[in-house]
Every structure is written in structure tokens, then in C-alpha cells.
Design a protein around this ligand. Structure first.
Ligand code: C2E
Ligand code: CA
Ligand code: CA
Length: 277
């Protein structure tokens, strides 16, 4: 029995080691990849409900890996947060997204607000406000055309100076949204004191919305989140909207905006141009 146990451990360890080696290799490759500019940004439309007109776009980073091809952020954002490289990577995403948004604005018409994800590490980094102010200036983008998305844990975990940084950004005119709202530990009492403009409802709540079950638990949760947001004077964006049925339910509930495959998958900036005309 003892030998058996040993073998199982050996087997488990081998698998785990292989995964760990791959992780470390990917992690180690990131600084050079950043240097070689292998990271690029895709954009996904955010539309107003019920009309379906474009109000914004979310910037989502990808890695064009020379060996493994296109890697999604779930493969490397966690690693970048661990090593701290997220600060530089995040800065590069911000710069790309702001430059792109300025290009769309130059095409005329109503420019979409560009929404960029911010990791906790970035919020804690001294100089964030100056960085973002410089990026906006260099891109020629008004601060009101930028929205930052932070998860509840990224916001709630920070006190003092990081919150001051967010306040300063809001004073500049930048918008702040809480990402994946409802999935973290929401300190609801705290919410009223936070410098935020909008809540993004996680797709995991949207999945359960169906026309034939208007009072399902998910529907009631979404209704409660929308009502909470509106009570606090915040906008609500639903994520992961895949069906017409879900969009209709969200619209009935009073959700302001939606994002998901029903409207468009994340894609290159050229695809957003078609939404502008
Ligand atoms: P997120 O911020 O919650 O982004 C939404 C994710 O849902 C994206 O995955 C998007 O492609 C996906 N999605 C959009 N519509 C649908 C839909 O209708 N159905 C389903 N099932 N999924 C949909 P993606 O691009 O793989 O990004 C994953 C996560 O990586 C993001 O989640 C975000 O937390 C993180 N991330 C992406 N870009 C950045 C970045 O530049 N900086 C940081 N810190 N995090 C990023
Ligand atoms: Ca997001
Ligand atoms: Ca989200």
C-alpha cells in the first residue's frame, strides 16, 4: 500500500511538474514578448438596450505567441499579475486602446467610450494617474472617452492611496466600472462611497435568463442588481449576452447596456468601424 501511494504521488507530481514548467516557461517568455510587441488588443462592442446602438467597446488583450499561436488572456494575465509585468503590459494595452479610440473619434460621429481592464497591481502602482493622464494626452483622447474596469476584489482590496488614485482619475473625467459585479465579495455599504459610474453584471447571471421563466432565481438576482445600481445612480452593463431572449429579458428588467456574442465577438479594430457608420 505504501509503494502504491508513492507511485500515485510520483505520477501526480510528474503531471503537475509538467504544467508548472509550462507555466514558468510562458511567464519567463513574457518580458521579451512585450519587448517584441507580441501582445495586441481586440475590441468587443457594448450596445445600448433596447436599440442595440454602439455606446462603447471593451479592449481585450491577446498574445500572438510565435510558437503556440494566439493565446487568450486567461492563459497569461494571472502570470503577469504574479510577476508584476502586468503593470507594463497594462500600460501598453491602455496606450493601444486610447490611440485606437482616438482614431475612431477622428472618423466623425459619436465616438465609443473605450473600456480597459485594470488589474489590482496597476491600481496600487504609484504613478498610475500620471501614466494615464500622459497616455490620454499622447493619444489625444478626452478622459471622458476612457472607462476603467476593475473587479470588486481589485477595488475592495484597496484602501487609502489606491482609492485616492481612482478618485483623481474620476476627477479627470475618466469613468470607472466594477467588473463581474455580483461574483466577488460585494461590500454593498461601501459601494456608495466608491468613485464608480457603472456595474458590469457577470455573464454567469445572464446565462439563466429565459423568456419562459421570468421569475427564475437568476432573473431575480439581475433585477436586484439593476435596481441597486439605479438606486445608487450607476449604469448597468450586462456581459455574456448570447441570445435575443436574454437581451429582451435584460431590456425588460431595465438594464442599460449589453455586451456579448449576440452583438459581436471581440475582433480587430476594423470591425468596430462598421458600427460607426
Ligand atoms: P472580462 O473582463 O470579464 O471580459 C469578458 C470576457 O468574456 C472576454 O473573455 C470575452 O471575450 C468574453 N465574452 C464576451 N462575450 C461573450 C459571450 O457572449 N459569451 C461568453 N461565453 N463569453 C463572452 P477574454 O477576452 O478571454 O478575457 C478574459 C478575461 O481576461 C477578462 O474577463 C479580463 O478579466 C481579463 N483581461 C482581458 N484583457 C485584459 C487586460 O488588458 N488587462 C487585464 N488586467 N485583464 C484583462
Ligand atoms: Ca472586463
Ligand atoms: Ca467581466
Amino acid at each position: 500500500a505504501k509503494a502504491d501511494g508513492k507511485n500515485r504521488w510520483a505520477c501526480y507530481d510528474a503531471e503537475r511538474n509538467a504544467r508548472e514548467v509550462a507555466r514558468i516557461a510562458l511567464s519567463a517568455a513574457m518580458p521579451a514578448a512585450l519587448e517584441r510587441d507580441e501582445f495586441y488588443v481586440e475590441y468587443q462592442p457594448i450596445v445600448r438596450l433596447p436599440e442595440g446602438t454602439l455606446t462603447g467597446v471593451e479592449a481585450l488583450v491577446r498574445w500572438a505567441h510565435p510558437e503556440f499561436g494566439r493565446l487568450g488572456p486567461d492563459r497569461f494575465i494571472g502570470l503577469a499579475e504574479e510577476t508584476g509585468l502586468i503593470v507594463q503590459l497594462g500600460r501598453s494595452v491602455l496606450a493601444k486602446a486610447c490611440a485606437q479610440a482616438a482614431e475612431w473619434a477622428a472618423l466623425g460621429g459619436v465616438a465609443p467610450v473605450v473600456s480597459v481592464n485594470l488589474a489590482a497591481r496597476q491600481v496600487e502602482e504609484p504613478g498610475l494617474v500620471e501614466d494615464i493622464a500622459r497616455i490620454l494626452r499622447e493619444a489625444g483622447l478626452p478622459p471622458t472617452s476612457l472607462q476603467l474596469e476593475l473587479t470588486e476584489s481589485a477595488i475592495m482590496g484597496t484602501t487609502g492611496e489606491p482609492l485616492d488614485a481612482l478618485r483623481e482619475l474620476v476627477d479627470l473625467g475618466v469613468c470607472v466600472a466594477i467588473d463581474d459585479f455580483g461574483t466577488g465579495y460585494s461590500n454593498l455599504a461601501y459601494l456608495r462611497h466608491l468613485p464608480v459610474h457603472a456595474l458590469k453584471i457577470a455573464g454567469s447571471f445572464v446565462v439563466g435568463l429565459r423568456a419562459d421563466e421570468p421569475d427564475s432565481v437568476d432573473a431575480q438576482i439581475v433585477r436586484a442588481l439593476v435596481s441597486l445600481a439605479h438606486t445608487l445612480g450607476l449604469g448597468v452593463i450586462a456581459e455574456g449576452v448570447e441570445t435575443r431572449d436574454q437581451a429582451e429579458r435584460l431590456s425588460d428588467i431595465g438594464c442599460d447596456s449589453a455586451q456579448g456574442w449576440l452583438y459581436a465577438k471581440p475582433g480587430p479594430p476594423e470591425e468596430i468601424v462598421r458600427w460607426l457608420v
